[in-house]
Design a protein around this ligand. Sequence first.
Ligand code: UTP
Length: 408
Amino acid sequence: MTKISYNDMLKKLESFSQTQLLKYYDELSDAEQTALLSQINDTDFSVVRSSKEEAVRGVISPIPVTELDEIKANRDCFINAGLEEIRAGKVGAVLLAGGMGTRLGSDAPKGVYNIGLTRELYIFECLINNLMDVVRLAGCPIHLFIMTSDKNHEATVAFLKEKNFFGYDENFVHFFMQELAPASDYNGKVYLEEKWKISTSPNGNGGWYSSMAKWGMLDIVKTNGIEWLNVFAVDNVLQRIADPVFIGATKVMGCSVGSKVIKKANPDEKVGVMCLEDGRPSIVEYYELTDEMRSAKTKDGKLAYNFGVILNYLFHVPELNKIMDTQLPLHVVEKKIPCLDENGDKVEPESPNGYKFESLILDMIHLLDGCMVFEVVREKEFAPIKNKTGVDSVESARELLKKNGVEL
Ligand code: UTP
């Protein structure tokens, strides 16, 4: 392996105004110097920003939603079409588990959180149980791809191995890792986490498909003839995964992407809302909704922006391949970043002290034509665990699991 040169890395840092990262270089051991130069070499500093300015949005208008009554009326047709795809081996599932889950306040991967009361019941276990319902119904296995990051990969793999994948066939589970991005202070200066290590954070959930490509997962997709990927978040313990009705509806309607949505609990609920932006499917964040949009009505008197996304999307692989190289917008998120202070001492901040840089899966929807916006029953499919207590918490998810007959 060729040695990475100090001068080359200095030049790279100069071009991004990040030379502070070499402040302690002379104090480091040989191994530490090599580690730091190698990290500088691998890091894309072009993502770093010094403000939270987001891209200007296009013209937002309501999107047609396939609501519960319409789904009920067509259920048999949809479920048969979906099961046909699953039984032909054309459906895979992608679990996004690369996030840090900082709001939950545990250093361990979110999926290893035990939400049981009288027995052990892990978040990963809930998800695998839900997917196994479909495996049983269809009578065939489904490939499950799990995205981790460098921060939680080993712990995730070790945990699932120790638990025997909660009964899921190990041959159908595939791990891949997303990338990390540098994290900076509010002036866009990247922090050091150690004198020999740059502060980093997972780069958001938007890079999942290109990370699958980098890790050879698309060979598995291709070899097995997988045409649909159902991508879902780690923290919704009630969600239906590889849901044949959803898959069938998206296929029958000829859409290249599907998004599960729930009716908002109230107009102010903090969920992203499905809409059209310049005539293409898109998602507006709750804080982007104006008062006017919150109360806007459709011709038939219904609230126009009333369906929130739950991070459960179905993508048609041929269309994904077409947009694979398209750059997604970058989101700047305020965050607590462990770093060194000016004396070189380690700090674990109590409140946000800078930015992390992420691309988001929701921006992929906008690149695709024809989105099936598919309503699901909130109480049956939406129990996200973001916080320890209060809204979207371990407590609220437990209540919802109980209501759905899951023993805790
Ligand atoms: P969240 O937006 O809830 O982020 O992720 P998070 O990092 O898990 O949690 P907080 O904000 O620090 O508390 C939504 C989904 O996207 C995944 C998460 O694992 C979760 O399934 N995700 C998020 C990634 O896979 N990678 C990322 O870089 C960020």
